[in-house]
Design a protein around this ligand. Structure first.
Ligand SMILES: Cc1cc2nc3c(=O)[nH]c(=O)nc-3n(C[C@H](O)[C@H](O)[C@H](O)COP(=O)(O)OP(=O)(O)OC[C@H]3O[C@@H](n4cnc5c(N)ncnc54)[C@H](O)[C@@H]3O)c2cc1C
Length: 393
């Protein structure tokens, strides 16, 4: 692969940025990652990593580390309106490996970030600069020049063939550098918390994902055994204010009440934002992950899309003589799939929160689907293989 000596700059050391750094470095490219935070972040909560994303991470050598830090849930159980028994128990576990060649797992976001970070430390050609205070970029005929100001006050200008903005939903690359739109508040808030295993033991199944639907809200719950914690994410209408108070919630009994009691006042709000823009690049400056296409998390695919982006873009960049051409091809390969997943995620949000009597029809349809129906219905998501090079994308 003729990438040695090629330099790329990535803005943002989140899941997408670190995956892209690894994918580029694997081909011999030199990568500098500029991260605003002062160090690797321990923030966030649980993440479901589906086979389409896991396949990419396995190829980057993370398989063993992820297996150790994650759980392969046996099923995803859905409950409605305070019911004690699941409407349906959708099979996960071994059948996902058999059907899609990679596991479906749940883990803590920080454990994934740490596994990615540790993997980057094995590459001399990846440099991660934390604590970047400000930066600006301009394109010219030789590539991209990025002026950076570090936390220690040092300024420098770096040159690269391309700048890849992996700087998240409120991306500076998208808004300031490419002149793209701001993220749009979705009207809903994800309230997240982690509770100790023992606080909900016997109240919920500890070997699976449980999802509780109610009119206007839903709760997603799964265990993180290696941390002895259970991840809870409750989705409700709310405001974009990060300091908002937890609203009064009318639940209807069932396991959800035990979970709410265990969580107490520990909920942290995360207002949901989405990004809709068709401009994912201009010349040799491009966008990946949430920076390009943040979606609502109701199909648990946001991080997976960033991981797939990285696996598609890296080989295109290193095999092409022109970063602009590589970015244009990446956009063509990715936009349709991401749009389809964004639409499905939005539709799930409506279905999960359905009021009566629509919820009755939803529950009937769910009960009647087989416990393996999702394998076919969602095969286009989980079975998608972005491959290891452009020929497979
Ligand atoms: C409640 C919830 C549950 C979710 N569950 C799932 C799930 O189960 N499965 C799944 O696949 N996805 C899930 N997602 C989506 C997923 O979290 C995101 O899609 C994913 O984290 C995006 O990763 P990213 O690296 O693109 O962006 P980010 O994680 O936002 O990372 C961006 C990085 O860039 C840095 N940065 C920001 N601005 C700058 C700047 N100007 N300069 C330099 N650095 C900068 C940030 O500090 C950060 O490190 C969920 C999301 C939510 C809200």
């Amino acid at each position: 692969m003729p990438a040695t000596g090629r330099n790329y700059i990535i803005a943002g050391a989140g899941i997408t940025g670190l995956t892209l750094a690894l994918a580029l470095a694997k081909f011999g490219a030199n990568v500098t990652v500029l991260e605003r935070a002062d160090s690797l972040q321990e923030f966030g909560a649980g993440l479901q990593i589906s086979p389409n994303a896991r396949r990419v991470l396995d190829r980057l050598g993370l398989g063993e580390a992820l297996t150790q830090a994650s759980l392969e849930p046996l099923a995803l159980d859905t409950y409605a309106n305070g019911g004690q028994k699941p409407l349906i128990s959708l099979e996960l576990g071994p059948v996902m490996r058999e059907r899609f060649g990679a596991p479906y797992a749940v883990m803590h976001r920080a454990d994934l970030a740490e596994a990615l970070y540790k993997a980057t430390r094995r590459f001399a050609n990846i440099d991660i600069l934390y604590g970047i205070r400000q930066w600006d970029a301009r394109s010219d005929e030789r590539g991209v020049a990025v002026d950076i100001e570090q936390a220690n006050g040092q300024n420098q200008t770096m040159r690269a063939l391309a700048l890849l903005g992996a700087d998240g939903v409120h991306s500076q690359t998208r808004q300031q550098i490419l002149g793209g739109p701001a993220a749009r508040f979705d009207g809903r808030v994800a309230w997240r918390t982690l509770v100790p295993f023992e606080s909900v033991a016997g109240r919920i199944a500890m070997d699976r994902v449980s999802v509780f639907f109610s009119p206007g809200h839903h709760l997603v719950c799964y265990p993180l055994p290696h941390r002895q914690q259970v991840n809870l994410a409750l989705f409700l209408p709310g405001s974009a204010d990060k300091a908002q108070a937890f609203p009064k919630l009318r639940t209807r009994g069932g396991p959800i009440d035990a979970l709410m009691a265990a969580a107490g006042a520990s909920w942290m709000p995360w207002p949901l934002h989405t990004v809709a823009t068709e401009t994912w690049h201009r010349g040799n400056i491009g966008l990946v992950g949430d920076a390009a296409h943040a979606i609502v998390p109701f199909q648990a695919q946001g991080a997976a899309m960033g991981i797939e982006d990285a696996a598609v873009l890296a080989p295109l960049l290193v095999e092409s003589d022109s970063a602009e051409a590589a970015l244009a091809r990446y956009v063509t390969l990715r936009q349709k799939r991401v749009a389809r997943i964004a639409a499905l995620s939005a539709s799930n949000g409506r279905i999960f929160h359905m009021p009566w009597p629509l919820s009755v029809a939803r529950n009937t349809v769910m009960r009647l689907q087989g416990k393996r129906a999702h394998l076919r219905r969602l095969g286009w998501i989980y079975g998608h293989d972005v491959g290891e090079g452009p020929a497979h994308s």
